[in-house]
Design a protein. Structure first.
Length: 565
């Protein structure tokens, strides 16, 4: 239903105009309900077809030019104006290619004298960069000298070259790691690729190279996370579903412009998020005012239960077993759901009271409930919020115009925030706050859009965290890209099957994704580590060095950047 050419302004009588607005909004609601019913019917048809051993309706993407079908906000937020946030550390540097690649050899090519005329004069050289890759085997047969000492009754064997432990050398080990975790090639394809080059290796041997005896690399991952958490008082987080031996689990992604880390855990609740922010040490719990304040904000908790929990207040820190014992003894009548909330509150309180860890002050996330209440502040992703508007599909022409006009204002305001990040000051922060109230106090008459606008306004403090902390990004794309990397990896390799495999996946993806952000060759770094050479500085060291240069927590050093609101 389009009602082409219809304008509410044509109706003079106010009561009639009000009724027409209600009618148009009713049409929108019914249209939305119809779309949802059609989608659900199709899903059920596909499920019935699957149970019958048939195929459901194929999924086809809409035409790129189809109106109101593009849920992506990239184009709108950039606006074609070139306004972009500062590039991440992994951005490809600009400039001549010769300055960005290592020169392995130089060769001077001379003109054949036979083709030169007698009056030819030398006029210098033209430099041409030619990149190539040598992909061949380097198989060595090592004759290890063996000596025996009768007096000591001991045999002495010559040592293998550095990094050559077992059948495979450091170059091959690094190649397997980078192919699996960076290029996201499956194990069977790695076996096939190596076989085509003349390497005799089985799928089991490739698997062992990836997951067995990787303690030094696991330590590297832990050091990366420690350095990353200490590099800024704010962090970005996201999560995505993953499978472990066929069982549903969750991959948590943590990072900032200097690193990306992966943690595969059974759950994605607040306690699990704190495990990630704590780099997964032993869980600690504390019952204090902070824990009670958290419980006060939870709907399922009654005042009676809060009063009972208040009786447990002390300076003592419980471990997992100690908390469970206390709950069983003191709060045995409390429901499992309420005990879960009590546990979350006590875990948050203990985390915020930590003295040995870098306690994060602000978490940038996509409005997921489990990320809230942990840190003192939360920053929300503008792009994620914008996607809710993009999913509105008005069928009334006037509503389409209202939607388009508001989205234009929405992304204009986003770009104003980007400009503020470049030159923050209190006066501009106050103006942008007033502009937020004006824009998201709008009433268009298109009820669904107005409801969406009200929801954005309710998130004002978190969406405007940038006015207090200009170094914090306006979107959570970096964490989402990390989650996508895990999704792609799972699509290729399905998922780890053992605890060792889980550990290897998290470590491998953390190292290669962090190396990418820092501009370090993942292959060279892994080879340096598995060979035992350790001639390259650790990724953790690079993070610490860059953190001092970038000052990712500058606004916390001086809280006068913008007014509190």
């Amino acid at each position: 239903m389009m009602l082409e050419g219809f304008e509410l302004s044509q109706i003079q009588e106010e009561r009639a105009k009000e009724l027409m607005v209600r009618l148009l909004n009713l049409v929108e609601n019914l249209s939305a309900d119809l779309r949802e019913a059609q989608q659900e019917n199709q899903r059920l048809r596909d499920e019935i077809a699957r149970l019958k051993g048939e195929k459901g309706k194929p999924t086809s993407k809409p035409n790129a030019a189809a109106k109101n079908r593009n849920y992506s906000s990239e184009k709108e937020r950039k606006g074609g104006q070139g306004e972009q946030e500062a590039p991440a550390a992994s951005a490809q540097p600009k400039g001549p290619k010769q300055a960005r690649v290592r020169i392995d050899r130089e060769e001077t090519l001379r003109v054949d004298p036979a083709v030169l005329p007698g009056d030819a004069q030398f006029k210098g050289q033209d430099d041409v960069l030619g990149q190539d890759l040598i992909f061949r085997t380097d198989t060595g047969l090592f004759h290890k000298e063996k000596c025996y000492s009768p007096s000591e009754q001991k045999t002495y064997l010559a040592e293998l070259p550095r990094g050559d432990h077992g059948q495979f050398g450091p170059h091959l080990k690094a190649f397997v790691w980078v192919e699996y975790f960076a290029a996201q090639v499956s194990e069977p394809k790695i076996v096939e690729l190596l076989g085509s080059a003349g390497i005799s290796i089985s799928a089991a041997e490739v698997s062992n190279l990836l997951i067995k005896q990787q303690e030094p690399l696991h330590e590297e991952k832990a050091a990366i996370v420690r350095a990353g958490l200490a590099s800024s008082p704010w962090q970005q987080t996201d999560d995505t579903g993953t499978r472990v031996n066929g069982v549903n689990a969750h991959c948590h992604v943590l990072g900032n412009p200097l690193y990306t880390a992966f943690f595969t855990l059974p759950k994605k609740d607040r306690v699990s998020v704190i495990d990630v922010l704590s780099n997964q040490p032993e869980r600690r719990y504390l019952c204090n005012e902070q824990a009670l304040a958290y419980l006060q904000a939870q709907q399922p908790i009654s005042q009676r239960v809060i009063e009972e929990v208040a009786q447990l207040q002390s300076a003592a820190v419980w471990d997992e077993e100690g908390l469970a014992q206390t709950l069983n003894e003191k709060l045995s009548t409390v429901s499992a759901q309420q005990q879960k909330l009590i546990k979350a509150g006590a875990r948050i309180a203990a985390y915020r009271a930590e003295k040995e860890l870098a306690v994060i002050k602000l978490l940038l996330c996509d409005d997921a409930g489990q990320s809230k209440g942990i840190t003192a502040e939360v920053a929300l992703c503008w792009v994620h919020d914008g996607r809710h508007y993009q999913k509105l599909l008005p069928v009334i022409a006037s509503h389409q115009q209202l939607h388009t006009a508001f989205m234009s204002h929405y992304w204009d305001y986003y770009r104003e925030l980007l400009h503020y990040k470049q030159k923050p000051d209190q006066e501009e922060a106050a103006r942008l706050e007033r502009r937020f109230e004006e824009l998201f106090g709008t009433r268009t008459g298109y009820a669904t859009l107005d409801d969406r606008i009200a929801k954005t306004r309710a998130k004002k403090t978190s969406l405007l965290a940038v006015l207090r902390h200009p170094e914090v990004p306006l979107h959570n794309n970096a964490a989402e890209l990390g989650a996508r990397a895990r999704v792609r990896k799972s699509a290729v390799s399905l998922g780890p099957r053992t605890a060792e495999g889980v550990h290897a996946w998290d470590t491998g993806m953390t190292i290669v994704e962090t190396a990418k952000k820092l501009g370090v060759s993942g292959y060279a770094y892994i080879k340096d580590r598995v060979s035992g050479a350790k001639q390259m500085p650790s990724l953790a060291e690079i993070i610490r060095e860059k953190a001092q240069q970038m000052r990712l927590g500058a606004s916390w050093e001086s809280e006068s950047v913008s007014p509190n609101f």
